[in-house]
Design a protein around this ligand. Structure first.
Ligand code: ADP
Ligand code: GN1
Ligand code: MG
Length: 365
């Protein structure tokens, strides 16, 4: 394997020679490796095998990423920001002048610069980190607001479309792998009971109240890199950057940052929503975006947290009932546990909705 990975790395125009290549990060979809090179001055790299079962057109996805990162890099250079290579992902070309390599088995690989001295958090530790995280996604939203050219490719069609996710859920119930609906009975009922309410964002969009923008769509908190002093370096994991609602980014970040546990906590009594973290994240995010977002968009931000926890719970549950065909799992019940945790978070957000609305209402004047 290591040898094969070395051969793949050699297809890219790296500086120096490869030293070690080791698995890296906690992603549920792609395979990520840290490539170190010989010589202290040479950069290190991230090698990633993109999941082509999930992303149907990897060249188009890579093209999206290159457009987005070039656009951000141009902005950083215009603003003469120091060390721009730490503030945006830099993809490396292959010797064939492409930004991806397709191996003989049909796997797609990309390589980009490792940002030295960075850290990412699986769990936010305090409100000041949450403020910085909000700022990071707010800046990212602003940076992409004027991306020129054609709309970005939809790398996964209907990614956050709740109608599509609910239809897949009902199909999975028909598949009923190993009669799993029996074990998931309560969660299935819970998901169905909230289905109507979860149309709120789509309805607002249909009514022309909230616009489509360019969004990240996977704003898990570990997709921000910080420096050692918790200053923001950059937003990473750009596979799903495409047209979307700002609520997808706000909501998914709150789902992971303001939850008191990780997303697969099995002790449900530990799962709650930390309103101080919500408040700090909103302050960072809206500090950057409140002048571009409409009142209708801002009013729906508290709901977006509930929505994103719900849709993730629904997707984990669907995958469980279908037989674990989508997410990487660490043990057989993992997807069901993730679904239970997300649905507990939905309830906790609902319990605190009045408080969340009060926090957000401060930004409506
Ligand atoms: P996945 O889609 O599997 O989540 P990511 O692109 O988010 O993959 O990468 C996984 C992890 O690797 C990140 O959470 C981060 O810790 C680390 N990482 C990714 N890109 C870089 C980078 N350019 N520099 C340093 N660390 C990185
Ligand atoms: C997946 O690749 P990763 O781990 O960042 C998923 C997200 C989910 C997340 C849940 C392409 O993200 O939508 O929110 O797992 N990405 C895709 O942890 O489906
Ligand atoms: Mg990631």
């Amino acid at each position: 394997m290591e040898n094969n990975l070395k051969n793949i790395t050699a297809k890219f125009r790296i500086v120096g020679t490869t030293n070690t290549i080791l698995p890296f990060g906690n992603g549920h979809i792609n395979d990520t490796y840290l490539v170190t090179t010989v010589g202290e001055k040479n950069p290190n790299y991230i090698l990633q095998r993109k999941n082509h079962n999930i992303f149907k057109d990897i060249p188009a996805m890579v093209q999206n990423i290159v457009r987005v990162t070039d656009h951000i890099r141009n902005k950083l250079e215009d603003q003469t920001i120091s060390n721009p290579e730490n503030k945006v992902i830099t993809h490396i070309k292959t010797t064939d002048d492409l930004y991806y390599y397709r191996d003989k088995q049909g796997n797609y690989w990309v390589l980009f610069l490792f940002i030295a001295g960075c850290k990412s958090y699986e769990k936010i530790e305090n409100p000041s980190q949450a403020f910085m995280a909000g700022k990071a996604f707010g800046i990212f939203q602003n940076q992409l607001a004027d991306l020129p050219g054609e709309p970005l490719t939809e790398t996964i069609k209907d990614f956050h479309n709740i109608q599509f996710r609910l239809a897949n859920f009902e199909k999975a119930i028909m598949v009923n792998f190993q009669n799993r609906i029996l074990k998931a009975k309560n969660e299935i009922q819970y998901a169905q009971s909230l289905a109507d309410e979860m149309n709120t964002l789509l309805n607002a969009q249909k009514d022309g109240l909230i616009p489509e923008r360019i969004t990240h769509n996977d704003t898990k908190i570990n997709n921000i890199l910080f420096d050692k002093d918790d200053n923001i370096l950059c937003v990473i994991d750009l596979d799903t950057v495409m047209p979307g609602l700002v609520h997808y980014d706000f909501g998914d970040a709150i789902r992971t940052a303001a939850c008191t546990t990780e997303e697969d906590e099995t002790n449900l009594s530990l799962i709650s929503l930390n309103t101080a973290i919500f408040d700090a994240f909103a302050k960072g995010f809206l500090g950057e975006t409140k002048n571009t977002l409409s009142k209708d968009e801002i009013k729906l931000l508290p709901h977006s947290a509930k929505f994103m926890a719900y849709i993730m719970g629904l997707r984990f549950l669907t995958d469980y009932i279908e037989g674990d065909v989508y997410y990487k799992i660490k043990h057989p019940e993992h997807n069901l546990e993730r679904a239970k945790a997300q649905f507990k978070l939905v309830q906790e957000i609902e319990n605190k909705m009045a408080e969340l609305n009060a926090i957000i209402s401060r930004y409506l004047n």
